[in-house]
Design a protein around this ligand. Structure first.
Ligand SMILES: [Mg+2]
Length: 197
């Protein structure tokens, strides 16, 4: 008898955006280098979610750059993470809709960016909820019936798990602590976890 893989139902997944779908940290480094002349920054050096703690960039500049990234993802040239577009297309083919929950304060810019990047998906099938706070993600997910959430911030993963959401860590240099949580190393991994590939 063939062993059945324990797959997680694709339609029960929702996704974080920054650090999971959008290469926000990569873009941060590009802006810091090109516009502020700060040299030698590498994504591998981002070992904390708090950039000013791990990069030689003053806190005011961190906030200035983060502000630019939040305001206009097109203007700053935000790019998707490798495999994210194909991965999300894979989920969409199974589910007919994609839901993103972000702690960004507003959804407009990033929703337009996602719709453009995922253009074969009809815009109305892409939904973004902007909570403004990491702490509100669990409540939103629970109310909307999602069981799994793909997230790169370990503090949020802990909160979600405490509140009964099966958070999956999307591996990044800033979340490589030893934890009991399920972890994926790529979008390819995530598709396997959901039994799509
Ligand atoms: Mg994130």
């Amino acid at each position: 008898m063939e062993l059945k893989r324990e797959n997680l139902e694709p339609k029960l997944f929702a996704f974080d955006i920054d650090g999971v779908v959008a290469d926000t940290m990569g873009t941060f480094i590009e802006i810091a280098t090109q516009e502020y002349g700060i040299q030698g920054l590498r994504k591998e050096n981002i070992t904390s979610y708090w950039l000013e703690k791990c990069l030689p960039v003053p806190e005011e500049i961190v906030w200035e750059i983060v502000d630019k990234i939040i305001k206009d993802p097109f203007d700053i040239g935000l790019r998707p993470i490798e495999g994210a577009v194909e991965g999300l297309m894979g989920f969409y083919e199974q589910t007919g809709a994609l839901t993103f929950v972000t702690a960004r304060p507003e959804k407009e810019g990033i929703e337009a960016w996602l719709r453009e990047r995922l253009s074969p998906v009809p815009p109305e099938a892409i939904r973004v909820v902007a909570t403004g706070l990491h702490e509100k993600k669990a409540e939103v997910l629970r109310h909307q019936g999602f069981h799994y959430f793909v997230e790169d911030n370990l503090d949020t993963v802990r909160q979600l798990c405490d509140q009964g959401i099966g958070a999956v860590v999307f591996d990044q240099p800033w979340n490589r602590e030893e934890t009991p949580f399920r972890r994926v190393f790529s979008w390819e991994d995530l598709l396997k976890l959901a039994g799509i590939r």
